[in-house]
Design a protein around this ligand. Structure first.
Ligand code: SAH
Length: 219
């Protein structure tokens, strides 16, 4: 998602400081302290690439007993997610303007129970494969922060990225389940649509979905 930079957002986002740590904010004490941040012990689920937050805010509203952290590289889009969390008074949501390449700096080992990836940038050129959020390097970061039976829940309309992700996860020892190349054909009532999912499926695109469980520790 590319947005023209909107300077007013850098100030306006501060109105939602209870929900979002903006660019340049202090996240250094987050790792290992999420339960204290939320003021309770609860499962910790993380979305990477939150965008404007339709998915995360609806998910959090439906699951008040789960703590949710959303990471998004672009402040200009995360602002809208923070506003939605504030309007709905979602005390179980915290957002960070943050690059997921540094995931292990904001979560302690095994602190996370689930990671959601929705419509991640496909980076179709082979020389950009390392930037894909399901590349080996990213899977290693996820395995480091996920607990022993932690999962990735992934959706995308991009079948190139989907098949690449299936292959890479399988090769790296992740246990795949709930795999479909046409999620909407299943008619699952509890599917929460993301902004991209709504847009692309309206144009006739099929949506792939998979769940991958973390490999057990190698001895
Ligand atoms: N999940 C939303 C947005 C998808 S677009 C939806 O489904 O509608 C992908 C989003 O991931 C963009 O907003 C982009 O800024 C974000 N993103 C890409 N790489 C990232 C990274 N390394 N860390 C955090 N966010 C990232």
């Amino acid at each position: 998602m590319r947005l023209r930079r909107k300077p007013w957002i850098d100030t306006a986002i501060l109105d939602y400081a209870d929900f979002v740590t903006p660019l340049g904010g202090d996240w250094s004490k987050c790792a290992g302290a999420w339960q204290e941040t939320f003021g309770r012990s609860a499962p910790l689920h993380v979305e990477i690439g939150v965008g404007k937050g339709d998915f995360l805010t609806e998910l959090a509203a439906r699951n008040p007993s789960v703590n949710y952290v959303g990471l998004e590289a672009q402040q200009g889009v995360l602002y809208f997610a923070a506003r939605k969390a504030a309007v709905r008074r979602l005390s179980n949501v915290r957002l960070l303007v943050f690059d997921a390449a540094r995931l292990t700096e904001v979560f302690a080992p095994h602190e996370v129970d689930r990671i959601y990836l929705n419509f991640s940038d496909p980076w179709p050129k082979k020389r950009h494969a390392k930037r894909r959020l399901t590349s080996e390097a990213f899977l290693e970061r996820y395995a480091a922060v996920l607990n022993s039976d932690g999962e990735i829940h992934f959706k995308t309309d991009n079948m190139g990225l989907f098949d690449y992700s299936l292959e890479t996860m399988e090769r790296e020892g992740w246990m795949l389940s709930h795999v479909t190349h046409d999620l909407h054909a299943l008619g699952e009532a509890d599917n929460i649509m993301t902004e991209y999912e709504r847009k692309f499926s309206a144009r006739g695109a099929k949506i792939g979905r998979l769940v991958a469980r973390r490999p057990s520790e190698r001895l």
